[in-house]
Design a protein around this ligand. Structure first.
Ligand SMILES: [Zn+2]
Ligand SMILES: [Zn+2]
Ligand SMILES: [Zn+2]
Length: 330
């Protein structure tokens, strides 16, 4: 019953965007006893909302209304059992997202490690970054760790061998390795890449445009719940459907509501994210067992407006629209 109450509160909270300064005592209270905390750090497609040079209705509104603005898709993890903090993907908004996560940790969750110890090790209260793939929204923030910026020391970055090759083969990212700002750790899809008290993280292969690297999603197993994180995907496969079925909560690619959002100048095929209208049909029978929330919204996506018919349709079908700043335990 405790868990049911917890999830019904989560549902209420997730009905609107929450920014860090709006985090209320209620949200902190429901996390009491939660060992492993997830914070949604961003929910937009790689270019964010508003997108530079765009005057569509979503971007126009986001330029003037901060609550409508969305940072690039990323999640933070705070493991209270070990005191460690992780971020999945290093987006162009990485600095702002790290600060949001750090504020949450220091204000509400737990005291961070001694700042002195951290300064020696990495200068950041951060114990690792896990990368999904080599599209600009997912790794570009690594530059914030270099000598022109934070100049971390051997901050662990977890990536597949193709993603590691991309980093070590291209400036400015290869300078981060050469200067020991980051330390690359290999991950292999299907094998846990982090296994500590109350937290196991396992990458899984995801079909997606592979121009520069392969792509993974992550299974994040806490002491009570299993979260599946797949921000970018081309199409659902049988094996991924099985993983979804075995998850309690899924944060899933909701880039486009339907294909009509792409202008005639651009061809759909090279973009190829499955539109929400199609994945809701495939996943419709799963939502009784698994909470499925869409994320990675393109600036054109009508579900960004909670008053739109499309947003109401998504919620009516039992799916969620991931809010920024949403914080919960697993
Ligand atoms: Zn992306
Ligand atoms: Zn726009
Ligand atoms: Zn991508």
């Amino acid at each position: 019953m405790v868990i049911l109450n917890y999830y019904s509160k989560m549902q209420n909270i997730s009905n609107s965007n929450i920014h860090l300064d709006q985090i209320t005592k209620e949200i902190v209270d429901i996390m009491t006893g939660e060992k492993c905390i997830i914070m949604i750090l961003g929910t937009a497609q790689d270019a964010g909302v508003p997108q530079l040079g765009c005057d569509c209705s979503n971007c126009t509104r986001a330029f003037t209304d901060n609550k409508f603005k969305r940072l690039v898709t990323s999640i933070g993890i705070i493991n209270q059992a070990t005191g460690k903090t992780y971020i999945i993907d290093s987006t162009p908004n990485f600095a702002e997202q790290f600060i949001n996560l750090h504020k949450l940790k220091t204000r509400y969750i737990s005291k961070p490690e001694s700042p002195r110890l951290k300064r020696v090790r990495s200068r950041l209260d951060l114990d690792g970054i896990f990368l999904t793939h080599a599209h600009m929204g997912h790794y570009f923030g690594l530059v914030q760790l270099g000598k022109e910026a934070c100049a971390t020391l051997k901050l662990p970055v977890f990536a597949t061998s193709a993603m590691r090759k991309f980093i070590t083969g291209n400036r400015p990212f290869k300078e981060l390795v050469k200067n020991h700002n980051i330390e690359l750790h290999s991950i292999i899809p299907g094998k846990p890449c982090l296994n500590e008290k109350d937290l196991i993280i396992t990458p899984i292969s995801v079909p997606h445009r592979h121009e520069f690297s392969d792509t993974v999603g992550f299974i994040i197993q806490g002491p009570n719940k299993r979260l599946l994180y797949i921000p970018d995907i081309n199409n659902l496969t049988r094996s991924l459907l099985n993983v979804i079925l075995r998850s309690d909560l899924v944060l899933f690619d909701g880039t486009f509501f339907d294909k009509g959002e792409i202008s005639s100048r651009r061809k759909w095929e090279p973009i190829a994210h499955p539109p929400i209208i199609e994945t809701m049909n495939v996943l419709g029978s799963y939502v009784r067992r698994t909470k499925i929330y869409y994320t990675h919204f393109n600036h054109t996506n009508p579900v960004l407006n909670p008053e739109s018919d499309e947003a109401k349709e998504v919620k009516g079908m039992g799916f969620g629209i991931t809010p920024e700043g949403w914080t919960f335990g697993i």
